[in-house]
Design a protein around this ligand. Structure first.
Ligand code: MN
Length: 244
């Protein structure tokens, strides 16, 4: 394959965990059959179902995922990782082991001449005020530092509790509240540059068009892997969804 034609691949919300081993096979197949031939792989958050500190990489399942990405990175494909709301505690130790380059949310990249804004997507869901408040609290550096000093087993218990709580809240919150806010989308595209935004988080895969300041912008929402694995491939001709 001509190097200039290699696609950039984007995934998010894989939610990998030992509880869903079949998904792991899909993940390995994705790396082997698709990511190996990519210009770069971008993981836009929630690679893991949960992550409460880099001790999680000592687990055989999680370690396997990290090492599979490491093997890909060693073949020369750059692997970029953005934190999601489930795995924002992935730290330098795990990243180094997997050859992962941690990127900020948001990050702007150039995909064959198209300015492309990458986000996990949760910060766009501004109608969910309770979520945004909890998120802000958790991301405070001193809270994070304090949490990471707790024994790993306790952190894991807290993590599982928070996950169960978030599942309960999700069932009680009207679906439109949990989707992105149109003004938030408009505002990030205006601040970080048109014309393309790629994000995950909402588990509502789609391609949306937004007309902002005279620009036709496209917003790709990546699919989650709960039901079926998929990724977005973008090259000079544009983007397309590929199902696994
Ligand atoms: Mn998420």
């Amino acid at each position: 394959m001509d190097a200039a034609q290699k696609p950039f691949l984007f995934v998010a919300d894989l939610h990998l965990s030992a509880e869903r081993p079949a998904l792991y096979e899909t993940f390995l197949r994705f790396l082997d059959e698709h990511a190996r031939n990519a210009a770069a792989l971008y993981i836009l958050g929630d690679l893991f179902e949960y992550w409460v500190g880099d001790e999680d990489a000592d687990d055989a399942f999680n370690g396997g995922v990290i090492d599979a990405l490491g093997a890909l990175a060693r073949t020369g494909v750059p692997v970029y990782l953005m934190h999601g709301n489930r795995d924002f505690l992935i730290g330098r130790r795990a990243a180094e082991r997997g050859g992962l380059q941690l990127i900020a949310d948001p990050t702007v990249i150039d995909v064959y001449g198209t300015r492309t804004l990458l986000m996990h997507g949760d910060t766009l869901c501004t109608d969910d005020v309770a979520y945004q408040r909890a998120r802000a609290r958790w991301r405070r550096p001193f809270i994070l530092r304090a949490f990471l000093t707790l024994p790993f087993a306790l952190r894991r218990r807290i993590g599982l509790k928070l996950r169960a709580k978030s599942e309960r809240t999700k069932k009680q919150t009207p679906p439109e509240i949990m989707d992105v806010n149109a003004q938030a989308v408009e505002s990030v595209l205006r601040s970080f540059g048109y014309p393309r935004l790629i994000h995950g988080h909402t588990h509502r895969p789609a391609r949306h068009l937004h007309h902002i300041d005279g620009y036709t912008c496209e917003r790709w929402v990546l699919g989650d892997w709960y039901r079926r694995g998929s990724f977005l491939a973008c090259d000079a001709a544009g983007c397309r969804v590929v199902e696994l």
